[in-house]
Design a binder for this molecule. Structure first.
Ligand SMILES: Cc1cc2nc3c(=O)[nH]c(=O)nc-3n(C[C@H](O)[C@H](O)[C@H](O)COP(=O)(O)O)c2cc1C
Length: 387
């Protein structure tokens, strides 16, 4: 099957798996340790059942959705995914182009091979920058200023990575940054000639060995970091005072990504954030963490509309988008779903993934008798005790 004929995200997933060598596929698809949280993200979304209303006029239904004063054409956007250049040539630009064409926001990861300035310059539309920061405020401030000058519309600070998740497959596969070739990876690459020529060799020929482009921090002429080390350094020492500090230097919407408890959501608001992202990093960090969808309702109730609540982790169908919105999210972010599209077809593949999700979301809204995402709430979902 060619990706143009993919009818759902799972079709794109299977095609992406065929395209990629093992090392890249595992990095995209797997979680951490035993993949318990990765699996429960899906299982717990699947367990939710709809209570559809009937004979509701949904002929004027819309997917348009407002966030931070902007209107998007879907209640979801693209979340940050680092190392995306492993899946398709200049993947972040392709993801950003597709998001822009679809009028949804795109989030660039700190761990990107594309300089943040290029993304804003070459692609129009709403873009957010995701920050990995350490306790080194000089380095962080430099990046934040870069993001502000470049024109990013919001900053997303990811807080669920005090240390890296235990991704044993990376060790088994010899996945390292900066990349080093070993015999296994070379054989695997040769067995995936399309990826080898269209992604790996093309990247090598155009920019050399891929390098993180958003970690150089030139502070007063002193280069603080040229790899992720300064951003990993003492990341485990971050605390809420760092969020309060970020708030003083970042003038646009500030989001904290990686919230799983009501207590932390309230602390985030207390420290001045404009939105929180309920997320367990797609199961890639703490294995055994609560499924993100299970954490969502309590958090949404505690936040009580004071700031928007965004949600990610496990979204593969429009149905999942609707469930997340009904359980209290104001907006949804995509991770792997759009990466599958990028892997198989660049921006056109991402566009296809977005269109699939939009069509599914629209159909589910009609079938449950709800004309707009803003009207979704828990009345549309069967209470757990009755399942
Ligand atoms: C390959 C990959 C790379 C990721 N890199 C980042 C990152 O650099 N920063 C970040 O905050 N989250 C990162 N994430 C997590 C996503 O932003 C998001 O939380 C997660 O993918 C959502 O789960 P889903 O893929 O099941 O939708 C990454 C996820 C994947 C799959």
């Amino acid at each position: 099957m060619s990706w143009e004929n993919a009818v759902n995200i799972d079709d794109l997933r299977r095609l992406a798996k065929q395209r990629l060598p093992r090392v890249a596929w595992d990095y995209l698809e797997r979680g951490a340790e035993d993949d318990l949280t990765l699996q429960s993200n899906r299982r717990r979304l699947d367990r939710l059942q709809f209570l559809p209303r009937t004979l509701v006029d949904v002929s004027k239904r819309t997917l348009q959705h407002r966030l931070f004063g902007k209107t998007y054409d879907a209640p979801f956007g693209i979340g940050p995914t680092g190392v995306a250049g492993l899946y398709c040539f200049e993947a972040d630009l392709e993801l950003a182009r597709a998001a822009s064409a679809a009028n949804i926001p795109f989030t660039l990861s700190t761990a990107s091979f594309i300089a943040m300035e290029r993304v804003v310059k070459e692609v129009s539309g709403e873009q957010w920058f995701q920050l990995y920061m350490s306790k080194d405020r000089d380095a962080a401030e430099c990046l934040v200023r870069r993001a502000e000058q470049a024109g990013f519309g919001a900053l997303v600070i990811t807080t669920d990575v005090p240390v890296g998740g235990n991704r044993e497959y990376n060790r088994r596969n010899g996945f390292e940054i900066p990349f080093r070739l070993n015999s296994r990876n070379i054989i695997d690459g040769i067995c995936h000639p399309r990826w080898l020529s269209e992604v790996f060799l093309r990247t090598l020929l155009s920019t050399g060995v891929p390098r993180f482009q958003n970690v150089d921090s030139n502070v007063g002429g002193r280069i603080i970091a040229q790899d992720l080390s300064a951003f990993r350094a003492r990341r485990d020492a971050l605390d809420w005072s760092d969020i309060a500090w970020l708030r003083t230097i970042w003038p646009r919407p500030l989001m904290v990504k990686g919230i799983l408890t009501a207590e932390d959501a309230l602390l985030a608001i207390e420290h001045g954030v404009d939105a929180i992202v309920v997320s367990n990093h797609g199961g890639r960090q703490l294995d055994g963490a609560i499924a993100a969808i299970d954490a969502l309702p309590t958090i949404a109730t505690a936040v009580a509309g004071r700031v928007p609540v965004l949600f990610d982790s496990g979204i593969r169908r429009g149905m999942d988008v609707v469930k997340a919105l009904a359980m209290g999210a104001d907006f949804v972010l995509l991770g792997r779903a759009t990466l599958y599209g990028a892997t198989v077809g660049g921006a056109a593949g991402v566009k296809h993934a977005i269109e699939i999700l939009k069509a599914e979301t629209d159909r589910v809204m009609a079938l449950i008798g709800c004309a707009s995402a803003a009207e979704l709430d828990q009345r549309f979902i069967v209470k757990e005790s009755s399942v």
